[in-house]
Ligand binder design. Structure first.
Ligand SMILES: [Zn+2]
Length: 363
């Protein structure tokens, strides 16, 4: 990591705040050996007990990527009866769709896909591009979370099984991406730059979140934190046992994500998200620092793929080359330039962490 995160702080030994945060939270969030097995066993028993008599005892959001595919595999292996849900924002790569189908088919897990109205979603994505903040993936990230809770609530499912895992994706850099739980910010951007109504967009407020977690007792469970999760090994299992196929970089199951992280973020904002992902892998001992530096030295995008993706993205967003270049040269802004709930998010994170420690919000 380097100072492309403007908020990074180094101590007198040159150790950054992200590493300190990782070290202090790792013991609380990630378990290994006998302790992990015991805790995982307890969680699985609880999910089965609470979901007894219901068609599904848990819900899993799937993207076709490594983490969500592997957690589906693990859930099934543990004897759970999950429903898989997928949020289709119109940008799935063909490979992602075929991965989802193959994996769930082999595992015998039902799938429910929500397809969002494309003109609405396009309008929201365009609004974020016009707002000129690096948060262009927030409309998707927020909607996935909302959709998971909404479906769980509707179907009386009490456990959301998440493929999030602290060991390989702990890092949060607000200056690189902000707004996952901030509907006020999303609305503000849309009000100012959008042109049609935001109908059918699955957003959530803090009141919704409070209602779902505290009153409806819907919990988010990160099963991978109770296994010695290793990405390489996970990919190996998925490829050998389920016919899953690797698609390249992290979150590249979506063409828009690939283009946004591979082109818009580095070119316009000087943000290379690989630094965050690789830092996590270094800290969790899954890659050496040197190997990570070697990866960083290579270009993010292969030229041919970039050309192909750019054409596809511009066409789908109905943007001319000139329009796109105009967006790319707008002065950069941040969420702080728009109405937002950042202060409330800070307080809520503290509360959620407290609930997490009490076992109310998540495991
Ligand atoms: Zn560090």
């Amino acid at each position: 990591m380097d100072t492309t995160d403007p908020d990074i702080r180094f101590d007198k030994f040159g150790v950054c705040n992200h590493c300190h945060r990782y070290d202090s939270l790792l013991k609380k969030r990630v378990f290994t050996g006998a302790e992990a097995r015991m805790k995982l066993d307890g969680i699985v028993k609880r999910i089965k007990l609470v979901g007894k008599g219901e068609k599904y005892d848990s819900i899993i959001g799937v993207s076709g990527g490594v983490d969500s595919s592997y957690v589906a595999y693990l859930a099934k292996k543990l004897g759970l009866r999950p429903l898989a849900v997928h949020f289709d924002n119109g940008w799935n790569s063909e490979l992602a769709v075929s991965n989802i189908e193959k994996v769930l088919d082999k595992l015998g897990i039902d799938l429910y896909t929500k397809v969002i109205d494309w003109p609405t979603f396009r309008d929201l994505q365009m609004a974020f591009l016009k707002a000129s903040t690096p948060d262009g993936e927030i409309p998707t990230d927020h909607a996935i979370n909302a959709f998971l809770f909404q479906e769980a609530n509707k179907r009386r499912i009490k456990y959301i099984i998440s493929g999030m895992n602290f060991a390989t994706e702990s890092m949060a850099v607000p200056a690189w991406s902000y707004g996952h739980s901030d509907m006020k910010y999303i609305r503000a951007i849309h009000r100012r730059f959008g042109s049609i109504k935001l109908k059918g967009y699955p957003g959530f407020s803090f009141v919704n979140l409070f209602w779902w977690t505290v009153f409806k007792r819907i919990k988010v469970v990160s099963l991978l934190n109770y296994t010695d999760y290793n990405k390489e090994e996970a990919m190996d299992v998925l490829q050998k046992e389920l016919g899953w196929f690797y698609y390249g970089g992290k979150h590249y199951e979506s063409v828009y994500t690939r283009f946004f992280q591979g082109y818009v973020l580095p070119i316009k904002y000087n943000i290379d998200k690989r630094k965050g992902h690789l830092s996590d892998l270094i800290r969790s001992g899954q890659i050496t620092r040197q190997a990570a530096m070697d990866i960083l030295a290579k270009p993010i995008y292969e030229e041919k793929l970039l050309k192909q993706d750019k054409e596809f993205v511009l066409k789908k967003l109905d943007l001319s080359n000139e329009d796109f270049n105009a967006l790319m040269t707008l002065p950069n802004r941040t969420y702080q330039d728009y109405p937002n709930s950042a202060k409330a998010v800070k307080v809520i994170k503290l509360i959620v962490n407290w609930l997490r420690e009490k076992g109310i919000y998540s495991k």
